[in-house]
Design a protein around this ligand. Structure first.
Ligand code: G4P
Length: 536
């Protein structure tokens, strides 16, 4: 495959994730995007409305019982962008990598962000910035991922645009640069003022918000008459923002300093096309990456990919283990035998699939930015590299700051061997972090997680796949710091502290609460206590 073809394919790709707090409307927005990309003809297929919550993804009984999505999956769709003048026969290709939507989110949510080139921060107009959004935003900032801000649910009463803009600038230091401003206050969403053209995009509601909302483009004069004060308010806000310098600046956006902002109603399908246009026009296409030894691999170089998630024990019709890889360079063709950098062994990709929820389709070719699910990937773990020569190995995915700690015990002594095997397997898959120390011994490791649901996944899989009954007991620790050998003895003398070695060799000190940590830091300034990535 010529590098020219790969280059063209890369240029038309956008890979992003939606970061939001539960209930901000991520599922509804995902569906609205699919509707606009003509993947579905009516809203209600991906996300069941009116309590009919259907499956975006459902695996394991516990997920079904709670009606939530535990797994990360990727949705690919094509979109012919007006702003970039797309040829309908060669539209943009958009990969939306889904993140678990429940508040008990886990490391998987964070790992997804290692696989995307941009993020859409979805905010409820009434609630503003919420805790989970903030945590995910910190990961984006840490990884230098540019963020587009979407204020959703504008059809319902909420804050004013300027209040929301202030809140975002002040609390997280990200400067919103609205591309579109709403005409009509929150709760009276009539349309959008396009700040670049000065035109008015007027929306018309469709029955139940099931279809794409028709748009009418009006110039400023016609609108001033039709919409009166609502238009004047939006025009004044726009002027004020321009005076403050809050106009889009591509360099500042890519540097993570500013964020193009849009106002939407995912439920009514208002502003969704504008989001797609903004995403395609401004979000960056996939780029090459540096290997662990600092060598750049360009997107047009031979095939390479990073595994960012491994998932097992999926729903009963597909019992297998799936590894999701994000392609970094080159062309992927199903059936290719690639190399696994971590083991040095070949890996056959006969059963490559695109996975979104229950639906799976065979993938024959894929390009940088695409996400491909590899079936029966028993040897692959998050952070692993797959490649075709020349060899490349990408830096490992960082492990994220755990906030929940529990000890795990097997209930029947004769199952100890299986228990060890299961722990090692789940650890290698990155289901949970496994910590050990001499006092507790091997029979009772401590599990560390970003979200407590990770513990339930461990006990459920222990039983289902290894037939081992376990008891999980929460421990009274709330946060972890990375430390070093020289600090261990002093830390062990402290109350409310316990030191462990994680399976990757990192030495972690767990603290009962942040006051204990602050006290120890103050009293013992020589101790090495380093925050972990994405510490809340
Ligand atoms: P999530 O994935 O981020 O958790 O949010 P989800 O899309 O499930 O939306 C949460 C609730 O907010 C849903 O209502 C959904 O219909 C509603 N919602 C989403 N976007 C909008 C919007 O733009 N405007 C309004 N008014 N509501 C919106 P629900 O009552 O919990 O569920 P359902 O009965 O509608 O399914």
């Amino acid at each position: 495959m010529s590098s020219e073809v790969i280059g063209r394919e890369v240029k038309r790709r956008r890979t992003f994730a939606i970061i939001s707090h539960p209930d901000a409307g991520k599922s509804t927005m995902t569906e609205a995007l699919a509707l606009h990309a003509r993947m579905i003809s009516e809203a209600g297929a991906v996300h069941g409305k009116g309590g009919r919550r259907s499956t975006v993804s459902d695996w394991m009984e516990m997920e079904k019982a709670r009606g939530i999505s535990v797994s990360s999956t990727a949705l690919q769709f094509k979109y012919a962008c007006e702003a970039t003048g797309d040829d309908k026969d060669f539209p943009h290709v958009i990969n939306l990598v889904d993140t678990p939507g429940h508040s008990d989110f886990s490391e998987d949510t964070y790992r997804v962000l290692t696989a995307v080139d941009a993020a859409v921060m979805l905010i409820d107009a009434a609630k503003g910035l919420e805790p989970q959004t903030l945590k995910l935003f910190q990961v984006c900032r840490h990884r230098g991922i540019p963020v587009i801000t979407v204020i959703n649910k504008w059809d319902r009463p909420g804050q004013t645009p300027l209040e929301l803009i202030d809140e975002i600038s002040e609390r997280i230091g990200l400067i919103p640069t609205p591309m579109f401003l709403p005409v009509g206050i929150a709760g009276d969403f009539r349309g959008l003022l396009d700040r670049r053209t000065g035109d008015y995009v007027k929306f018309t509601r469709t029955a139940g918000g099931a279809k794409i909302a028709p748009e009418e483009l009006l110039d400023a004069d016609a609108t001033a008459q039709a919409e009166g004060d609502a238009w004047t308010a939006a025009a004044e806000e726009s002027e004020l923002l321009s005076e403050l310098g809050q106009d889009h600046d591509q360099e500042m956006f890519l540097a993570g300093q500013t964020s193009p902002m849009i106002f939407t109603s995912a439920m009514l399908n208002f502003g969704v096309r504008q989001l797609l246009e903004t995403l395609v026009e401004f979000a960056p296409p996939p780029r090459g990456r540096e290997s662990i030894d600092g060598v750049a691999r360009e997107v047009t170089d031979p095939f390479s990919a990073v595994v960012f998630k491994v998932q097992a024990g999926m729903d009963s019709s597909h019992r297998d283990r799936l590894a999701y890889m994000r392609i970094v360079s080159g062309e992927f063709e199903r059936g290719m035998v690639v190399n696994h950098a971590q083991t040095g062994k070949p890996f056959a990709t006969k059963y490559a699939q695109a996975v979104f929820g229950r639906d799976r389709a065979t993938v024959d070719t894929a390009y940088p930015g695409d996400v491909v699910g590899l079936v029966n990937a028993m040897t692959l773990a998050p952070g692993d590299t797959l490649y075709l020569d020349p060899k490349v190995q990408y830096p490992p995915i960082p492990s994220f700051a755990p906030e929940h700690f529990s000890s795990l015990r097997v209930t029947t002594a004769d199952k100890y061997k299986q228990f060890r095997k299961a722990i090692d397997q789940l650890d290698a898959e990155g289901v949970v972090q496994v910590l050990r120390n001499d006092i507790r011994g091997d029979a009772s490791p401590v599990l560390a997680a970003v979200g407590p649901m990770q513990f339930e996944v461990v006990t459920a899989r222990m039983k289902a796949e290894f037939n081992v009954d376990t008891i999980i007991e929460p421990l009274g620790y709330a946060l972890a710091r990375r430390t070093d050998e020289a600090s261990v003895a002093e830390l062990n003398r402290q109350r409310g502290v316990e030191v462990f070695t994680r399976s990757d060799g990192a030495i972690l000190a767990l603290f009962s609460d942040k006051w204990r940590l602050q006290y120890i830091e103050k009293e013992h300034k020589d101790l090495h206590l380093e925050p972990l990535v994405a510490a809340a």
